[in-house]
Design a binder for this molecule. Structure first.
Ligand code: SF4
Length: 223
């Protein structure tokens, strides 16, 4: 129970979920069912991505890069697409940009393992070129499903492609960052992609403002 005797939204939802499952199991027991099948939404989605050929990027990938972190996180980060190292290891944000993202997360007093991290595209575009609109369209359902499963309190879009994809807009990054959007049933803050920050260190001050905004939204504070 949270301070003051008030249960948090998460706790209430957990309790409702436990009651639902218990009711279902009791009904099955009463019907004489002795074996149950537990759906594994994350496993199914991961397997679907691993075998995906919805766009031509499957031909050149070494690994699909599904996502990582806490699948029940309150904060979720969405990048653009895997780079060379991510493609080699099958993990998102593992190169220099990944290290910077980890530092950005720590700067707002969180650990990388406490958030969920995914990309718009699950396969690497050759030569790290920008994703094509048809690739984004083909891959977007996987990201939307991940967001649906995580149900974060706040989403952070890293870079133009992620921001435009999550918000369904063609506005430039300069118009998207620095404020809070509402989309996909949650709040969305847009900031620079860490790789862009590595190329343009002068943007880090603006990125820090975005990260503070993200943290305030996560904490549920008014801005
Ligand atoms: S990028 Fe997405 S849509 Fe294209 S093959 Fe990979 S998983 Fe499928």
């Amino acid at each position: 129970m949270a301070e003051g005797g008030k249960a948090s939204r998460g706790m209430m939802e957990d309790l409702a979920w436990v009651r639902q499952v218990r009711g279902l199991l009791e009904a099955q027991r009463d019907m004489g069912v002795t074996e149950i099948w537990v759906p594994d939404a994350w496993g199914e989605l991961r397997r679907e991505v691993e075998g995906c050929r919805r766009c031509p990027l499957w031909r050149s990938r070494r690994h699909t890069v599904f996502g990582s972190g806490d699948t029940r996180a309150g904060m979720m980060f969405v990048g653009e697409a895997p780079g060379d190292e991510e493609d080699a290891r099958g993990e998102p944000f593992v190169g220099a940009a990944g290290e910077l993202l980890t530092r950005m997360i720590k700067a707002i007093k969180m650990q990388r393992g406490e958030v969920y991290i995914a990309n718009v595209l699950k396969c690497r575009p050759p030569g790290n070129r920008d994703p094509l609109p048809e690739e984004v369209e083909a891959c977007k359902p996987y990201l939307l499903r991940q967001i649906e499963l995580v149900r974060p309190k706040v989403l952070c879009a890293l870079g133009r492609v992620a921001g435009q994809t999550l918000l369904g807009t063609s506005q430039p990054l300069s118009r998207l960052r620095g404020r809070v959007h509402r989309a996909l049933g949650t709040k969305v803050v847009v900031t620079f992609h860490p790789a862009a920050l590595l190329r343009n260190p002068g943007w880090k001050r603006l990125a820090w403002e975005d990260m503070k905004l993200l943290r305030r939204e996560y904490d549920g504070l008014e801005i």
